[in-house]
Design a protein around this ligand. Structure first.
Ligand code: G3P
Length: 521
């Protein structure tokens, strides 16, 4: 049952020698939709070997040529948006329109990355020794990168030997199920523009969409072996990949597995985006309508909840990357901390908007679609039951059919409830009523996560003070948390991650410094 897809190595599509495949269960039908190869450790060794060889000549390929291939891949990716989106609908139940947006956003990301790479890898610096105390002018340090204006010459200039930033080597990219295409290209494109080779291990749910995305890079004509995509069971190749001596950098987005990887990986740069428990602090002077709209957008979905005059604006916001997905986003609003004096009004407004959310299959483009797996739905249900037993107020009736969970706002949540701290990754949102700003900040900072947070107030001074006090990678003032636009820095602290992402930061992170100094006689 389920069409079987090959993995990608050495510029070809291959069947694993294991003779085994891994099923991908459609979250809506709960039946096997596709199958991918269960690659072996020997096959992983082979792609690492090929990637090492391919990287050497790729690093010498002129920057403008690398950029040109990325632009080509981006265009092909956009041409393939519909078949890729169809996979996203079947594999992760992403609403149809959001699935298309994910692919378009990915194409834009790849193109922007190519341009940004030319900009930041193409500049140079010339340092002289006597600008530092105690030195004569006897040393010149050329920290130059490839200069794009030499494009016509079709070669790197002689002095391009003095790289400021050189590639790390082989980058291992492990994206999550919720953005198997976008969070794959956010790792692939910076790695490639910087002159690295790339091995991709897609999530099982989303692997076929990722393979199709890799097909677009294949069509663009990247050298053989430079990009590989291995699929399979984490238990067979997970640790093997992340602990592989050939890997020079790991870029991972996902859950707790990232913490385990960070403990096992060698002395290599790690870029990790893990979970979040993004808090939304609503103050007494907040624009409550704005806060309610963002809570629904950030926590569940936003379509059909704004007045029509906002439609164009929302379209832009959508394309800027804030794609809601049942709360299945690291950056979803995961706890509302509202001042008691405005709590009733806020809850009422949020409930009115929740009532308008459509619930059903992704093919119908519903706002709320099934969560990714049955075990995920069971986990969410566990949090809901715990909150019920401990006295939370259910603003809607709890309803579940298979993996489909109806949106639920839980009011009067207290810190002794699991849902106050744990990440449901589903359409279930707790509200904690607070009596002081300090109480809200304290709750936010007591979390083991520190990805993003947001604060709603009309007092910008207060907002900045709260932002400074919140221990998170980013704080959004008067808007829901979001990673995008994709060139913005994006980082988590504590259990939410290591390093900073965003196009520029990723390119820089996937390079290392190298200087050459000319010594005068
Ligand atoms: O959950 C992945 C995280 O990167 C969220 O991205 O664009 O939905 O804020 P976004």
């Amino acid at each position: 049952e389920g069409e079987v897809f090959k993995y990608y190595a050495d510029g070809e599509w291959k069947t694993s020698s294991s003779g085994k495949s891994v099923p991908i269960i459609n979250p809506t039908t709960r039946k096997t939709q596709y199958r991918v190869q269960a690659c072996t450790q020997e096959e992983v060794n082979k792609v690492m070997e090929l990637a090492k060889v391919a990287q050497k000549s790729w690093a010498k390929t002129p920057l403008w040529k690398r950029a040109e291939l990325l632009h080509k891949a981006a265009a092909i990716l956009k041409e393939h948006k519909h078949p890729i989106a169809e996979c996203l609908v079947k594999e992760i139940a992403k609403p149809a329109k959001d699935a298309v947006s994910e692919v378009v956003r990915s194409g834009d990301l790849v193109s922007y990355c190519a341009e940004e790479g030319v900009r930041i890898l193409g500049e140079g610096k010339f340092l002289v020794s006597d600008s530092f105390p105690g030195n004569e002018r006897t040393k010149y340090c050329l920290t130059s990168k490839i200069v794009p204006k030499f494009r016509e010459a079709n070669i790197q200039r002689t002095f391009a030997a003095w790289f400021l930033k050189i590639p790390l080597g082989l980058v291992l990219a492990i994206p999550p199920f919720n953005y198997p295409v976008n969070l794959a290209v956010s790792k692939i494109a910076p790695a490639l523009i910087a002159g690295n080779s790339l091995v991709l291990k897609p999530p099982t749910q989303g692997a076929v969409a990722a393979l199709h995305m890799v097909y677009c890079f294949h069509l663009a004509g990247f050298p053989k072996g430079l990009i590989s995509c291995v699929t399979g069971k984490g238990s067979e190749i997970g640790d093997f990949l992340t602990m592989h001596p050939g890997v020079n950098c790991i870029s991972f987005t996902g859950g707790d597995t990232g913490i385990a990887i960070s403990k096992k990986a060698g002395m290599i740069p790690l870029q990790m985006e893990l979970g979040g428990k993004d808090a939304c602090i609503v103050l007494e002077d907040a624009d409550v309508d704005l806060a309610a709209a963002n809570i629904v957008k950030g926590g569940f979905s936003y379509r059909q909840i704004f007045c029509p005059c906002f439609t164009f604006f929302l379209h832009l916001v959508n394309n800027l990357g804030n794609l809601p997905h049942n709360g299945q986003r690291c950056t979803a609003v995961k706890v509302v901390l509202v001042m008691e004096s405005v709590a009733d009004t806020l809850v009422e407004k949020v409930n009115a908007k929740v009532a308008k959310l459509t619930v059903g299959p992704p093919e119908d483009d519903c706002d709320i679609t099934p969560v990714v797996t049955e075990s995920s739905a069971n986990f969410i249900e566990g949090l809901v039951k715990d909150a019920k037993e401990k006295g939370a107020t259910f603003c809607q009736e709890y309803r579940r059919e298979g993996n489909l969970i109806w949106p639920l706002l839980l009011d009067h949540v207290r810190p002794d409830m699991r849902i106050a701290w744990e990440e449901p990754f589903g359409p279930v949102l707790p509200v904690i009523r607070i009596n002081s700003v300090e109480e809200g900040i304290h709750h936010c900072n007591a979390s083991n996560f520190g990805l993003q947070g947001c604060v709603f107030t009309k007092d910008i001074n207060k907002a900045i003070l709260i932002s400074d006090a919140m221990e998170t990678g980013t704080v959004q003032i008067n808007s829901a948390p979001a990673r995008g636009p994709d060139h913005f820095p994006f980082q988590g602290i504590k259990d939410s991650g290591i390093g900073s992402q965003g196009i520029t930061n990723s390119i820089n992170m996937m390079t290392k410094m190298k200087s050459t100094v000319i010594n005068l006689p």
